[in-house]
Unconditional design. Structure first.
Length: 397
């Protein structure tokens, strides 16, 4: 039966990681995969997570099935991260624990397609490739709206607003509330107001994907567009990933939170989300969730974790500025100010596919074909090497 099954090239980012792992060159640098590395070039084991794990292991019990929506101790601390404690108490919400941020997007996509199969899903151009894959896989027609202007290397706000104004009523709009992946270009507060105005005027449904809360301007600042929209009394979906901010990549822990019109609607939505979970993986895993809920439900551990996230944010920002400064020094005729205007884990360098290939082949520096690099993978040791390599491929192209 399987003789005629075609092959698949695989995920470009995860495939790049496999190439990197098999590269024997000792000076290789991986700037492709979106993971946070410390100054020593290692994935950190956060002190808050280490202490939480000690407590969880000490109190270990049998691993029974969790409820389909997840454990209450976890669910009760998730929504305040998104909406803030004061606003959360006022909102009719349906919240579930998911298998990472990707799982939140998948469950949300399945839920939406079941009840709104004729709607379109709009994603920014460019965006994370898997956004398209997840929504197309759920059965949606996926369209794109302009987001990034490669000429100015800035947010293409006017083009985005004009395109969304032509969307059909009830269409779903995928948005990055902070640290846009892959460009690192975020709208200003005023630009967000204009975006939300268009969504409201044309009755579009936003689906915010927040994978990097705290890595942009700060915890509350990064969630501001979501909170502003919720304050308008409008429905919204939010997927949340804890992989980066807790450095728990392999635990696959995330959440999906939906703001509905009233308490009865929120209850109905929750029931349908549980059904979608049952049809996918039945119930979520325990360990990562218990680490996160232990931290967020303990004042001392929570404060420690927030300080660690802030330290990561500051280090990312410092690496971004240092890269821009080195490139300016190596290429005085060029401006690299755009790097410092961007925010979050990623920088959009403007390198072509050919230039990215040369970085890999000639310098053992791995980046995504789009020219996106992970700023969080830079450190004082590899920064000069990366800056010199980028300069060389730009000069000789």
């Amino acid at each position: 039966m399987f003789f005629n099954i075609p092959s698949h090239s695989g995920d470009p980012i995860l495939g790049l990681l496999e190439q990197f792992r098999s590269d024997p060159r000792p000076h290789k640098v991986n700037l492709g995969v979106g993971m946070y590395y410390d100054e020593a070039g290692a994935i950190p084991f956060l002190a808050s997570v280490k202490e939480a794990e000690r407590r969880v292991v000490d109190a270990a019990t049998a691993r029974v099935y969790l409820p389909m929506e997840g454990e209450r101790a976890f669910l009760e601390v998730v929504a305040p991260l998104i909406f803030g404690a004061a606003l959360t108490d006022q909102l009719p919400l349906a919240t579930i624990q998911t298998i990472g941020g990707s799982g939140a997007l998948k469950i949300g996509a399945d839920f939406l397609h079941r009840f709104f199969p004729q709607k379109n899903v709009w994603v920014p151009s460019p965006t994370w490739d898997n956004h398209i894959g997840i929504f197309e896989g759920a059965g949606f027609i996926v369209k794109s709206y302009p987001y990034y202007d490669p000429e100015t290397r800035k947010f293409a706000g006017d083009a985005m607003l004009a395109t969304l104004a032509e969307a059909s009523r009830g269409d779903i709009v995928l948005l990055h509330p902070c640290c846009h992946n892959p460009t690192g270009v975020d709208p200003t507060k005023e630009e967000w107001t204009s975006i939300l105005d268009v969504l409201e005027a044309h009755q579009l449904l936003p689906f915010f994907d927040m994978a990097y809360q705290g890595f942009g301007a700060g915890q509350d600042e990064d969630a501001a567009p979501i909170r502003t929209w919720a304050e308008r009394g409008r429905d919204v979906l939010v997927s949340l990933s804890f992989s980066k901010t807790f450095s728990l990549y392999g635990e696959r822990c995330g959440a999906l939170c939906i703001r509905a019109g009233d308490a009865e609607s929120a209850g109905n939505v929750l029931a349908q989300l549980k059904l979608a979970v049952r049809r996918n993986y039945s119930s979520p895993p325990t360990h990562g969730m218990r680490l996160i809920s232990t931290i967020l439900n303990d004042a001392e551990l929570r404060a420690q974790w927030l300080a660690e996230v802030e330290a990561m944010r500051v280090r990312i920002r410092s690496m971004r500025s240092a890269l821009a400064a080195l490139l300016r020094k190596l290429q005085p005729a060029h401006t690299h100010d755009y790097l410092e205007r961007q925010t979050g884990m990623f920088a959009f360098t403007g390198l072509s596919v050919h230039q990215v290939a040369r970085l890999k082949d000639e310098h053992a520096i791995y980046a995504v074909d789009s020219g996106r690099i992970c700023v969080a993978a830079l450190n004082e040791g590899n920064l000069p090497v990366v800056a010199k390599a980028i300069t060389e491929v730009l000069r000789s192209t």
